[in-house]
Design a protein around this ligand. Sequence first.
Ligand SMILES: [Zn+2]
Length: 272
Amino acid sequence: MIHEIIPRLDNSFHNFSPADCDEVFCFEPGKLLVCDDTARPFPEYAALGGNFPAQYLFSIGERRFFLAKGEITVPEGFAFREIRSIRHAEGALQENVFAMFTGLHLWKWYSSNRFCGRCSGEMFPDDKERALRCTCGNIVYPRIDPAVIVGVISGERILLTRYAAGRGVGYNALVAGYTEIGETLEETVRREVMEEVGLEVTNIRYFASQPWGFSGGILVGFYCDAADTQIDLDTSELSSAVWTAREDIQLQPDGLSLTNEMMKRFKEGKIC
Ligand SMILES: [Zn+2]
């Protein structure tokens, strides 16, 4: 899965200043500045002109990643590319895709919290932890939206879904949805399955979780058993939901997502 990279991403907070060889994320809405070198696709601080403010984000091994906060010069060989297309680019990109998604998550948070929601004053970064502060006392921590991924099982079959047209996802998925305020994760599972396919479920069991910076969330995977098999499809969310035997499961085009891992485990007979 996307987050299972070695060496692990070190997200501990530091107030580092950028060095010339540090890598820098330069985002525009939906786009990121990259080159086609899949081993080191992000520009270095010096190559962007240096002398601009940059926020330290995290490290992977010896590599340190920053977020550009000022004017940069686009270096030779680099261009702003659609983040969706980078996700599916070929090559040894898995480690870089996780860094990119996590950088995207932090960029959205920093750029959406420039001013205080309480008094409209300017927010400034805390010295000791990943937080933004205002002189009025308001503190804002990174927003992480929890969502569940649900493998609904009936005997030797699992319920595979397709999103409704226009959601930009053209391959198999599982029932999924965001947790609402006042709800446990298990309640989210029951509600989402009922809303999307009209089924009661039992025996809800946790599988794994996955940070998913692309949507700014944490995905929490559960399997459960369907009490019935009669589907009542919510067509505003899904175009199909099909009970699928293990051998007939078609996996996603890359091995990045928790959803894909859950379908794969079931297909391999490791989940029953
Ligand atoms: Zn304030």
